[in-house]
Design a protein. Structure first.
Length: 287
């Protein structure tokens, strides 16, 4: 199979004004990967705003599981265009059903008061951490067949989970996870593409951080796990061509739901983005 490039995922077809179609990648999960609709919906919203405006946040809800074998249509509603800010609402549609909603806000960049209280943790550099893809290949017989068949679609983002071996075992661990990530192929510098790529990557390994204190693996057959909502804030310009550290933690789980939050740092310790997500974590009886 030819090499899959991350940028191709965000090359949307314009159906008509405000209506766009994106092709889907099958990553071997039970449903369409949530990161795909996050990135594509943001890219669709960008198609409708002035070029001088940059996304600073989005808030989303996942309403129905998506089908990874079918394209997704994005219907963008112009909510508001002010002097400094613009707001867009994006509906993701498959088979005539609304599977996802996003509300995104854009701003004309300006100077203002600045502080950063978040500290980047001291972790091994990416050069000393095994790539997740290499880990999957070495444990090929231990991963599910759909995942084995979809490995080529996991390559476009080089994900390096610190202590990756622990992520696939059922022992109890603290509700924290650290991953390095960057685009495997050089991405164009346009902020639209860079932010869409980061939104896509922000869904990798996120909710499963909330499983770690319970000693339950994502491959457990009794587990039903799915994203309910996902929010993201962009603090600084994003560059997915350089290594970024994704610091994840889960402060709470209960009621068959888990809450996770994340901070994304450059190697120099600058906080470039933050994210939060809540998702379903339900165990069912399996015969």
């Amino acid at each position: 199979m030819p090499e899959v490039k991350l940028s191709s995922l965000f090359e949307l077809e314009t159906v008509e004004a405000g209506l766009y179609r994106g092709q889907s990648w099958d990553l071997g999960f039970r449903a369409l990967f949530g990161g795909q609709v996050l990135g594509q919906a943001l890219a669709a919203a960008y198609e409708t705003v002035d070029k001088d405006r940059v996304a600073h946040s989005f808030h989303t809800y996942f309403l129905l599981p998506g089908d990874a074998k079918k394209p997704v249509v994005y219907d963008v509603e112009v909510v508001r265009d002010g002097r400094s800010f613009s707001a867009r609402r994006v509906k993701a549609i498959q088979d005539g059903r609304n599977i996802f909603y996003m509300t995104a806000s854009f701003q004309v960049p300006e100077e203002g008061m600045h502080h950063q209280q978040a500290d980047m943790p001291d972790v091994p550099p990416p050069q000393e951490v095994q790539s997740d893809i290499e880990f999957y290949e070495k444990n090929f017989d231990k991963i599910a067949r759909p995942m084995r068949e979809a490995l080529s679609y996991h390559r476009p983002v080089d994900i390096r989970t610190i202590g990756a071996a622990n992520s696939y075992q059922s022992n109890r661990q603290p509700a924290k996870r650290y991953i390095w990530m960057k685009a495997r192929n050089e991405l164009a510098p346009e902020i639209t593409l860079q932010q869409a790529a980061l939104a896509y990557a922000s869904d990798y390994h996120f909710l499963s951080t909330s499983l770690q204190p319970h000693g339950i693996s994502v491959t457990d057959k009794s587990l039903r796990i799915a994203t309910i909502d996902h929010a993201m804030w962009f603090h600084r310009p994003v560059n997915m061509n350089e290594w970024l550290l994704y610091v994840m933690e889960s402060p709470f789980s209960g009621g068959a739901r888990g809450l996770v939050r994340g901070q994304i740092f450059t190697q120099q310790g600058e906080l470039v983005a933050s994210a939060t997500q809540e998702g379903l974590m339900r165990q069912v009886d399996v015969d």
